[in-house]
Design a protein around this ligand. Structure first.
Ligand code: GDP
Length: 326
């Protein structure tokens, strides 16, 4: 079934910081009609706590609680726990603020009692008064491992402790084959009133690929009649933030939007590229929309979200016109 343009639910695949910015814009426009499927490949156990960095970035960003100065973590943060930990010789390479800590402690307690990550995140989202549905990609542990010249590194050791310095020669999502997508994730993608599937401008290799590696997710997206629209995380051959362009170079892929399209391998119906890259448009196959994709302000986030929905609706209208001709 093709949903009439402008109506229905929207599913967005999302990592941390880059993805959450667009998710914020989408949630302002769509409210409870937005369902986010969030990467948990970055999750890890640290100091005895279960930490879900991308989920928490999404929760803090959508609730307006994100720390905009740091670009991660929670606003109005204090660091007494870290200082006290350091004083007794504890591990401090992964910074945990005092307020942020509450989320990890409560999540860990509930997981140990047998609750699912999906239910826990849903409850946190309600407490933070987030109207959108925030879904972890799976309740099963999937751990992103980065193959480097220094050996296999768990994601946070690579990303935070080693600041993405070691050259990457491969990425593995440990546990993904044995994992299953949650029923909420699959039913969101099967929803009969799905208006669009959005791939946020997250790191395709580290944030979106782990979601697509969860058995069933990619197949459900391929089967869906809703338009699949991605926003390129690359502007002018560079990532706005983080190691996307560095990793692409190390994996022998040019840091271009064209490479992003090829990376997603036929999954996309349309790609949004930045106005700065307008001249690349002619080289791109498939449907392309040019928009300002750099999101510095809340207004930028809203405008990009609106361009994404408008583009998706246009793709749907084109599909309806094609079908009616046949
Ligand atoms: P992480 O999990 O915290 O690394 O966050 P994501 O994977 O969601 O986001 C990282 C990606 O977001 C990088 O590739 C950035 O280039 C991209 N990004 C960050 N901010 C923006 C923005 O304002 N516009 C666009 N187009 N991409 C962005």
């Amino acid at each position: 079934m093709i949903v009439h343009p402008g109506k229905g639910k929207v599913v967005a695949l999302c990592g941390g910081v880059g993805g959450a910015k667009l998710a914020f814009g989408l949630s302002k426009l769509l409210g409870s009609r937005l369902i986010l499927i969030v990467n948990t490949g970055d999750d890890f156990e640290h100091l005895g706590l279960s930490i879900s960095p991308d989920i928490d970035t999404v929760l803090y960003t959508l609730s307006g609680l994100a720390n905009r100065e740091l670009g991660w973590g929670r606003q109005d943060e204090t660091w007494n726990f870290m200082a006290a930990l350091e004083a007794i010789g504890g591990e401090t390479w992964f910074r945990l603020g005092d307020r942020d800590l509450a989320l990890h402690v409560e999540r860990t307690r509930r997981l140990r009692e047998g609750d699912t990550l999906t239910r826990i995140v849903g409850d946190f989202a309600k407490r933070f008064e987030i109207p959108a549905t925030v879904l972890p990609m799976s309740n099963h542990p999937i751990r992103t491992m980065v193959a480097t010249a220094d050996g296999m590194l768990p994601f946070q050791r690579y990303f935070v402790q080693q600041r993405c310095a070691p050259p990457v020669n491969g990425i593995v999502f440990k546990g993904s084959r044995a994992a299953v997508a949650s029923k909420q994730v699959l039913s969101a993608l099967e929803s009969p009133d799905l208006r669009a599937i959005v791939i946020c401008p997250s790191n395709p290799f580290l944030s979106i690929d782990p979601i697509l590696a969860v058995p069933g997710v990619r197949e459900h997206i391929e089967r869906s009649s809703a338009p699949v629209v991605a926003v390129s995380p690359i502007i002018g051959g560079k990532a706005v933030k983080g190691p996307t362009d560095k990793i692409m170079a190390e994996l022998g892929v040019p840091a271009t939007s064209d490479a992003i399209v090829r990376h997603y391998g036929g999954l996309l119906d349309g790609l949004i590229i930045d106005t700065y890259d307008e001249r690349d448009r002619a080289d791109l196959s498939g449907q392309v929309r040019v928009a300002q994709t750099l999101m510095k302000t809340d207004d930028d986030r809203g405008k990009l979200a609106s361009a994404v929905l408008d583009f998706a609706d246009q793709l749907t209208a084109m599909a309806i016109a094609r079908n009616s001709k046949q």
